[in-house]
Ligand binder design. Structure first.
Ligand SMILES: *Cc1c(COP(=O)(O)O)cnc(C)c1O
Length: 425
């Protein structure tokens, strides 16, 4: 069930009318549903039943401490890609032995922090992406007198479809170690001090709407696991990454359910004696949030009808960055007989790219109307900026009939206080 529903002619988040949040917190504002986060996380838990597994939520999709705390209580681990995200996961109470560290450019300081947490027990696994990174990690671990658990992220060279800016498993992407070089890289681990092999890792892209690319990649990696084991490596974990798509638009997106995806992984890995690590991000957070905004002005009469919102590309950059399509709906339901108008929905930022959608047919809108930009829970608030000195968009979490601001909107003063004018100007 979707927890952003129309009731009594208005859109609600669980049992709170969105209009109430707009009045008390102001717009634009991200609104999340705790029940939806819970349902999505539990869908992955159920999908992995019967498998030795870890669900390491991809923190970068939505890294608010309240969201991480909610997921931690449901048993989530974390996939982090920076020292900052590591700190967030630890603060939210995610056990270090459920944390994996991904990313192509970890610094030595970040490695040190990940090895030092857990009273020196460190995190569960480093997903390492190059031989140079292996050497750096070996140096840090040796220096600290500890051993770093390592999986190599393998680039299986499959095309995951979807947008080129979120495809990661092709040989021409910067991610992972080319599968043809994997054996030599694992041999290197054995040569280097203070490292131990724990597994293999992949992450082939995001918003993947069919199982085929995952299956193709898994076949390649499972073949590699056999070879690595013959070479004498202990491959215990298979981190299958994230990437499962979500429905942004019912007319175009028909992604597999977590249950279908889980069944496929179970079938593929059966009998391989592997612990499976899942790193879902979007599939958990995407449809658990909306961006609530107000129509400031309507400009008609020229070539287009512009709906000018108070939200902009600095608050939600996905349309500008990836050409992403988000459903936009009026919060107060319009009558069935409303005139239908094709709008270009835009923000106030001084960029032509500040366009949420073009020629979108919607019931005739009025200035002051609230709109919900759907499916904005993942890669929304986390990618927001203060471009045009627009204060960073706040976040609200709803649970049942209660809600709370989980990230405040800074004042202009807060923004300016971070800057300094040297006295030699
Ligand atoms: C971004 C990312 C994920 C999450 O991807 P989704 O498409 O949001 O599920 C998982 N693992 C790694 C390494 C990532 O970079």
């Amino acid at each position: 069930m979707n927890h952003f529903q129309y009731k009594q002619g208005q859109l609600w988040a669980e049992n709170v009318p969105l209009v109430e949040i707009a009045q008390s917190v102001g717009t634009p504002v991200y609104v999340y549903s705790a029940a939806t986060f819970t349902r999505h996380f539990n869908a992955f838990t159920n999908a992995s039943a019967g498998m030795d597994h870890l669900i390491a939520y991809s923190v970068k999709a939505n890294s608010n401490l309240a969201i991480l705390t909610l997921l931690a209580k449901l048993g989530a681990g974390a996939d982090v890609v920076s020292g900052g995200e590591l700190e967030r996961a630890l603060r939210a109470g995610i056990a270090p032995d459920k944390i994996v560290f991904s990313g192509v450019g970890k610094s030595k300081d970040e490695m040190r922090a990940a090895l030092a947490c857990n009273q020196g027990g460190g995190i569960y696994q480093f997903n390492v992406e190059s031989v140079s990174e292996l050497i750096a990690l070996s140096e840090v671990a040796t220096d600290m007198g500890t051993t770093a658990p390592v999986a190599l992220r393998i680039n299986p060279d499959v095309n995951a479809g979807g947008h080129e800016k979120i495809s990661t498993g092709n040989a021409e992407n910067k991610f992972g170690i080319d599968i043809t070089l994997a054996r030599a890289a694992y041999a290197k681990i054995r040569e280097l001090p203070s490292l131990k092999v724990t597994g293999v890792d992949m992450h082939i892209g995001s918003q993947i709407n069919t199982l085929a690319p995952f299956e193709k990649a898994m076949d390649k990696i499972l073949d590699l696991v056999k070879v690595l084991r013959t070479d004498g490596h202990t491959v215990k974990n298979y981190d299958v990454g994230g990437g499962l798509g979500i429905c942004y638009d019912e007319d175009t997106d028909k992604p597999p359910l977590p249950a279908d995806y889980g069944d496929m992984v179970k079938r593929k890995t059966k009998g391989h004696d592997l612990k499976i690590i899942f790193e879902p991000g979007r599939a958990i957070a995407g449809n658990a949030g909306i961006l609530l905004s107000k129509v400031r002005y309507i400009k008609s009469g020229g070539a287009r009808n512009f709906l000018i919102l108070d939200a902009a590309m600095n608050d939600l950059i996905r349309p500008a960055l990836y050409g992403a399509n988000h459903v936009i709906e009026p919060v107060r339901k319009k009558s069935e007989t409303s005139e239908i108008i094709a709008y270009d929905v835009v923000g106030p930022v001084c960029e032509t790219g500040d366009t949420f959608t073009k020629m979108r047919e919607m019931p005739k809108m009025q200035e002051g109307d609230l709109v919900a930009i759907r499916s904005a829970g993942a890669y929304g608030a986390v990618q927001s900026s203060e471009y045009n000195t627009r204060p960073q968009v706040p976040e609200v979490l709803v649970s049942g009939d209660q809600y709370a601001v989980i990230r405040k909107r800074p004042s202009i003063q807060d923004i300016l206080d971070r800057e300094d004018v040297p006295n030699w100007i």
